[in-house]
Design a protein around this ligand. Structure first.
Ligand code: NAD
Length: 489
């Protein structure tokens, strides 16, 4: 089925470098497919090192002018970008759903979510205040000034193709940085459309550049940026192994890094929880985007006293989820992003069952719908030996584990190298603060399943990375501090 947009020119299939759309060189293209059908939607450039360097040349040339542009001017351009993104919410939502697979309502929701970051950082652009420091000796004036770090390379994942771009590019531009971006190979079209709208909003040539590449050629593009001392910062969302690789490879040029990596979020239901609310929270946190969210609960711990009732309520909700393509208005769970993703989910479920877990609902692929569909699944009797407890499943699988004491469940929740998000449900105020303090994660949800917001700091600890996106901290990551000291004249 062709993709029909009210603005067909938003479906871009070229790199954008120095303010120009630059098509793929002959024989160097990457097919973008619909995960619901496997059908090809479009072809974009399969770029290499030369394209990557050209993007840095453009970003470096544009940096001097962009950093000196008044903050208010940068803010106005970002505000116009926000307005254009919202004005084209339907088209962008369709693009997201088609290339990424999430239901259209979620695609539209992601556009609004992405815009909320652009709007927030448009406002923050004018608030990158420095400090006047009281001098320790007479006659001196001492200042801490905030300056943009320089050219930023943004490498983004496929699970939120609009929001991840907005969360990185908006603060970079607000701070006065220029950007080179490589979107995920599965979902380049949304990123290209966002860049087209940024250009339309008045982002000057060279300030924002994007190159697309296949998974095979991505290392060539990113290595060119890692080796280039003009690139002063890498901002990355994706898997922990790639994040660690970027950290190691950034050492020679000492780039600043923001790494939003994998998670293994615990979701704890205490015996004093409101069970209906806990089920609702888990449905939101676990099954949004088909479970392909880095803050997704990966392990669900339920107190023995309420376990069976909770499982019963949860299974009723999960079994009723409508699975289907984004094009069906009723779909609540779409296809997984690709065959690698479905294989991992299937492997985790089979491993759990082989080690003693019980399938309460789901548990299999749904071949009648297509190759990339997996049934929303609830497992019981999961334990720490199972792959689904140690690795991020990144799919619609909720493994339940019974526990009997607070100390025991905190130890289990923290027994992972990851530390992105954690959730728990309880009505005991003393326990609430005890548990929130004890959880080793960057984000904690208490009686709440939907946590991300543009005004809140999003990021992890341990193997989930460092740096924060959103909030005042999200701008700081793109600034450095210059100390200026003036002596007596
Ligand atoms: P990934 O880390 O492989 O890909 C993310 C980005 O990194 C993409 O743009 C990709 O092209 C790029 N990349 C891949 N290999 C690279 C390399 N050697 N050098 C530089 N860049 C490289 O993640 P994925 O394949 O999309 O998903 C795998 C797993 O990562 C998921 O199962 C999940 O656990 C995790 N993940 C986490 C998030 C998150 O939001 N934190 C998002 C997507 C995936």
């Amino acid at each position: 089925m062709p993709l029909t947009l009210s603005r067909p020119d938003l479906q871009r299939t070229a790199n954008f470098i120095a303010g120009e759309w630059q098509p793929a060189a002959p024989g160097r293209s990457l097919d973008v497919t619909d995960p619901a059908t496997g059908g090809v939607i479009a072809a974009v450039p399969d770029s290499g090192a030369a394209d990557a360097r050209a993007a840095v040349d453009a970003a470096q040339a544009a940096f001097a002018g962009w950093r000196r542009a008044p903050a208010k001017q940068r803010a106005q351009i970002l505000k116009r970008w926000n307005d254009l993104v919202l004005a084209h919410q339907e088209d962008l939502g369709r693009l997201i759903s088609r290339e990424q697979g999430k239901p259209l309502a979620e695609g539209r929701g992601e556009v609004a979510y992405a815009a909320s970051y652009i709007e927030w950082f448009a406002e923050q652009a004018t608030r990158a205040n420095g400090e006047v420091i009281p001098a320790p000796v007479p006659g001196r004036r001492m200042f801490a000034l905030r300056e943009p770090v320089g050219v930023v390379a943004a490498i983004t994942p496929w699970n939120f193709p609009a929001a991840m771009i907005a969360r990185k590019i908006a603060p970079a531009l607000a701070a006065g940085c220029t950007v080179v971006c490589k979107p995920a190979e599965d979902t380049p079209l949304t990123s290209l459309a966002l860049v087209a709208l940024a250009h339309e909003a008045g982002v000057p040539p060279g300030v924002l550049n994007i190159v697309t590449a296949s998974r095979a050629r991505t290392p060539e593009v990113v290595d060119a940026w890692l080796d280039d001392a003009r690139v002063r910062k890498i901002t990355f969302t994706g898997s922990t192994p790639v994040g660690k690789h970027l950290a190691r490879r950034s050492a020679d040029t000492l780039k600043k890094l923001s790494l939003e990596l994998g998670g293994n979020a615990p979701f704890i239901v205490f015996e004093d929880a409101d069970l209906e609310a806990a089920v609702e929270g888990l449905m939101q946190a676990k099954f949004r985007n088909g479970g392909q969210t880095c803050v997704c609960p990966n392990r669900v711990f339920v107190h023995a006293a309420v376990h069976d009732r909770f499982a019963e309520l949860l299974v009723a909700r999960v079994a009723a989820l409508q699975v289907g393509p984004a094009s069906d208005a009723g779909s609540q769970i779409g296809p997984m992003i690709n065959d690698r993703a479905v294989e991992k989910i299937e492997r985790h479920v089979q491993d759990a069952v082989a080690r003693g877990a019980r399938v309460l609902t789901g548990g299999t692929r749904l071949p009648a719908l297509g190759a990339n569909y997996f049934a929303p699944t609830v497992l019981a009797d999961a334990d720490a030996s199972m792959a689904c407890a140690c690795e991020e499943t990144f799919g619609p699988v909720a493994p339940l584990t019974r526990f009997s004491s607070e100390d025991e469940v905190i130890a289990q929740a923290n027994d992972t190298p990851f530390g992105l998000a954690a959730y728990f449900y309880s009505s005991d105020l003393r326990r609430i603060w005890r548990v929130a303090d004890a959880l080793e994660t960057g984000i904690v949800g208490i009686n709440e399943g939907a946590l991300a917001a543009e005004a809140a700091p999003f990021g992890g600890v341990k193997d989930s990375g460092y740096g924060r996106e959103g909030s005042v901290h999200g701008l700081d990551d793109y600034l450095h501090t210059k100390y200026v000291c003036q002596g007596l004249l």
